[in-house]
Design a protein around this ligand. Structure first.
Ligand SMILES: Nc1nc2c(c(=O)[nH]1)N[C@H]1C(S)=C(S)[C@@H](COP(=O)(O)OP(=O)(O)OC[C@H]3O[C@@H](n4cnc5c(=O)[nH]c(N)nc54)[C@H](O)[C@@H]3O)O[C@H]1N2
Ligand SMILES: Nc1nc2c(c(=O)[nH]1)N[C@H]1C(S)=C(S)[C@@H](COP(=O)(O)OP(=O)(O)OC[C@H]3O[C@@H](n4cnc5c(=O)[nH]c(N)nc54)[C@H](O)[C@@H]3O)O[C@H]1N2
Ligand code: SF4
Ligand SMILES: [Mo]
Length: 769
């Protein structure tokens, strides 16, 4: 078969086949290797994959799922998607200055996200100067000098924002936040603002911790595991191994989702021959086909049933000892919980009372319960109260702090949790800022900085002059694409520390910089020798990651090196931080972290032990970091997103073959979609009711409460077993539909699920298709 040139825009025919009911079997692994070999060579594939997720190897740059403890790891401790993510970075394709001579910025801006990514690795610093439509090469000294000059010329440090994406290591993240705060701002938006911010807020309020309480071993001890608003078959594939093992130990699984996702229904484990042949294991014992945004009502219904069961058999249902010693607010919560009406619960969830009662029955029979959740829960306007209600549910039967129990927000990026631990947050608490002051002898700013949505608002208002992104693709990840792009273009300077080309490089401030960097797969050699970095997974395990491959170009600098040089140039002699020493020896950074972050003491010595460091979660020892020192029951008003007649609720989600803003192919194998991403999945009954038909081309028009409409043109209607009234389409193509102000209450997280949309036959309003 002739390979297509990566310079051609992929043009494929969209085909739709029935969705799969199983995930991660032999075709998955074969498929991954196929993709790997197209991007790189057999030898490089071997080098990267065989050390992936092994002690002293490369930490998978994919999701944040935890590794089994050393000794329990499989030789191939990775999934199909992990293999794709790593080989996407390890590609042998290169972007040279010639490429940028050939392609103007306006030309690049017209290309697809997939095309931009497949051009290969960035190899040297590039600048787009004011008035020019081309990037041209420049040296590192000049590039860093340019950025430093813009920063020092600002009227206030708060005119700069520093964005981080969760692939960045602890060392680079700590360096970035230290620089930003030494410079004088807390403007540290990150991808977590758009991901699990609602989890952080709700867990802080109720358990006094921003993190989950579950360790991987807990899955072995659980009797019942909820998987809510998550598609693990595509997004956390090794979670399926943990669920499968839990089932072997007798656990039952309840999946809650508007889509019957392949991984939840049946799973073939590729690491075992048994998984490759045979039909695999049904993962979900019960599947609740919930309406989008119905989870708050579901957990309110379950809580109400638990309270009523306690009334019927006093002393047998609730964990009274735990509630008495470790919680507050039960009485008020119970009063409120009993007042929520069943008809409201049923209309919000689209479920029957019998279905909810059956699940409550499972709960009553289970000593140990875990609730896992991800974007289907957090990315809603009522994401925070939904998670608070999940916590109520766990507290009622003492399902926190015991083996086999707990709250498990399943994180996205491989180090998104670690970045927060070491200070990437616009609202770090005073305890952290005091520790920074004591360690480095400067007074960090105390006023909270800008998160992602507020950064866009400030850029739009012309209050931000400099944007620096460390990894990620801010312009595509953020909501309201047109608003965000316009806001970004108002900056004087936009700069990105990146491994690969993406849309954010094409939406430029007056001046724009591309600062190319080493990826996680690559050797990182500094003055004191070869370095490793450290990362924290979703279960608070901190461990090392050491690159193996030769860097994509001689001219790449590590993220730490770029940031340390930038800090030296910007802060000059005034700084009390030994930036040069940090650049030469990452151990020196970890030494400082160990004196600032509780739990990371003796960091350098402990982190190199097999398995690394498990950060303690005080909530597991009954030490809740709330004001009262107790876990809090909360009363949450019933809410549901509503679509007026003729409209649907839309969720924007990931396909199997993409990494966030970067599609690798146009396929979504488990959902049966091939060769196209501009599809909208709709329940056949809704298609009929709306007078549409499968295969019809439509525009998606989102309707916002201020009367404004947003349009994404040219989508094909695909009949799909989505819950009634609920549609799904891929992100980032649909970010244009998400109003900037459509955010979760309290957490200010963009609500990328639960949008009100209308499907208009394409061209009906005279729009291009
Ligand atoms: N291959 C791959 N892996 C990834 C990523 C990737 O892009 N590609 N991204 C990583 C990142 S950063 C993240 S945050 C995670 C995201 O992991 P997920 O949270 O699994 O990501 P989404 O694709 O947004 O899927 C949301 C799921 O929630 C369901 N859902 C939507 N709305 C609702 C609702 O109202 N209620 C319920 N109960 N369910 C709902 C959807 O049907 C879907 O199954 O994945 C990480 N892993
Ligand atoms: N509508 C809608 N919007 C969403 C979501 C949604 O579900 N729906 N999900 C949200 C979520 S959960 C998230 S996490 C965000 C994701 O937002 P981001 O984290 O900002 O986006 P990514 O697509 O992961 O970023 C990919 C880019 O990172 C760079 N990169 C990769 N590896 C490295 C590295 O090692 N170092 C450096 N310096 N750069 C690197 C590459 O240049 C690549 O192009 O999007 C959010 N936006
Ligand atoms: S489950 Fe996540 S961390 Fe594990 S190999 Fe797959 S993508 Fe990587
Ligand atoms: Mo995420």
């Amino acid at each position: 078969m002739q390979k297509k040139s990566p310079r051609e825009e992929p043009r494929e025919e969209l085909t739709v086949t029935p969705p799969k009911t199983w995930a991660t079997g032999a075709p998955a692994v074969l498929h991954a290797l196929g993709y790997s070999l197209e991007e790189t060579s057999v030898r490089r594939t071997g080098t990267t994959l065989l050390t992936m997720n092994q002690v002293d190897g490369i930490d998978c740059p994919g999701c944040a799922w935890a590794d089994p403890s050393p000794g329990h790891r499989h030789r191939n401790e990775y999934c199909e998607n992990g293999a794709k993510h790593i080989n996407d970075e390890a590609t042998t394709r290169r972007l040279t200055p010639g490429f940028f001579r050939e392609h103007s910025v306006s030309d690049l801006a017209r290309r697809s996200d997939r095309w931009l990514n497949q051009q290969g690795r960035l190899t040297e610093p590039m600048v787009k100067r004011p008035g020019s439509d081309h990037y041209e090469p420049l040296g590192w000294q000049e590039a860093i000098g340019l950025l430093a000059e813009e920063l020092t010329s600002l009227d206030s440090p708060d005119e700069a924002v520093f964005y981080t994406s969760g692939r960045v290591s602890n060392e680079a993240a700590f360096t970035l936040q230290l620089f930003a705060r030494a410079f004088g701002t807390n403007n540290l938006p990150d991808c977590s603002n758009m991901c699990h911010e609602s989890s952080g807020f709700a867990l802080h309020e109720t358990l006094g911790t921003g993190k989950g309480t579950v360790a991987l071993e807990d899955f072995q001890h659980a009797d019942l595991i909820f998987v809510v608003g998550q598609n693990p078959g595509s997004n956390h594939p090794r979670q399926l191994s943990a669920l499968e093992a839990a089932k072997r130990n007798g656990a039952r699984i309840v999946a809650v989702n508007p889509l019957p996702e392949a991984g939840l229904l049946r799973f073939k484990n590729p690491q075992k021959a048994r998984g490759i042949v045979g039909r695999g294991v049904d993962i979900a014992d019960r599947f609740l086909h919930i309406r989008i945004g119905g989870d708050l009502a579901l957990f309110q219904g379950l809580n109400r049933l638990l309270l009523e069961a306690e009334d019927a058999r006093p002393g047998t249902v609730l964990d009274h000892d735990f509630i008495r010693t470790s919680t507050s607010g039960l009485a008020e919560f119970s009063r409120h919980a009993r007042s929520v009406a069943w008809e409201d619960i049923l209309s919000a969830t689209g479920l029957t009372r019998a279905e909810i009662e059956a699940v409550a029955g499972e709960v009553l029979r289970s000593e140990r319960v875990i609730v896992c959740w991800a974007m289907g829960v957090t990315q809603h306007r009522h994401g925070v109260p939904t998670i608070r209600e999940i916590v109520n549910f766990l507290l009622l039967r003492g399902n926190v702090g015991r083996a086999g129990t707990g709250a498990c927000p399943v994180r996205g990026h491989s180090n998104v949790q670690g970045d927060r631990t070491v200070g990437i947050w616009e609202q770090m608490p005073d305890s952290f800022l005091d520790a920074l002051r004591d360690e480095f002898g400067f007074e960090p700013p105390r006023e909270h900085g800008l998160d992602s949505v507020n950064s866009i608002r400030a850029m739009r208002a012309g209050r931000i002059k400099v944007f620096l992104g460390v990894a990620g693709n801010f312009v595509r990840a953020a909501p309201d694409s047109e608003v965000t792009e316009d806001a970004m273009r108002r900056c004087r300077l936009t700069a990105h520390i990146s491994t690969k080309l993406n849309r954010s490089h094409t939406v430029c401030g007056e001046t724009a910089l591309i600062l190319p960097t080493l990826g996680r797969t690559e050797r990182d050699i500094q003055a004191t020798g070869e370095q490793f970095v450290t990362v924290e997974d979703s279960m608070s395990e901190v461990h090392t990651s050491r690159g193996r491959l030769r860097p994509a170009s001689r001219l790449l600098l590590s993220e730490v090196a770029i940031l340390c040089r930038l800090a030296r140039r910007t802060l000059g002699d005034a700084t009390t931080v030994p930036w040069e020493h940090f650049e030469n020896d990452y151990g020196a950074i970890r030494d400082r972290i160990s004196r600032i972050v509780p739990g990371l003491h003796d960091y350098n010595r402990r982190v190199i032990r097999p398995g690394g460091i498990r950060l303690p979660n005080p909530a597991n020892d009954g030490a809740f970091g709330t004001e009262t020192g107790k876990a809090r029951f909360t009363s949450n008003d019933w809410q549901m997103p509503r679509a007026p007649e003729g409209h649907l609720l839309l969720q924007t989600l990931r396909s199997h073959d993409q990494w966030n803003t970067v599609p690798y192919t146009d396929d979504d194998r488990y959902r049966g979609i091939h060769g196209g991403r501009r599809v909208v999945l709709v329940n056949p009954d809704d298609i009929e009711e709306l007078g549409l038909s499968g295969g019809l081309r439509v525009d998606l028009v989102s309707v916002w409460e201020d009367g404004t409409e947003r349009r994404a043109a040219g989508f094909q209607v695909v009949p799909y077993p989505s819950a009634r009234g609920c549609a799904a389409a891929y992100y980032p193509e649909t970010n244009v539909l998400v109003p900037l102000d459509h955010v979760a209450e309290s957490s200010n997280q963009p609500a990328s699920k639960g949008l009100v949309v209308r499907l208009e036959p394409a061209g009906a309003a005279g729009t291009p298709d």
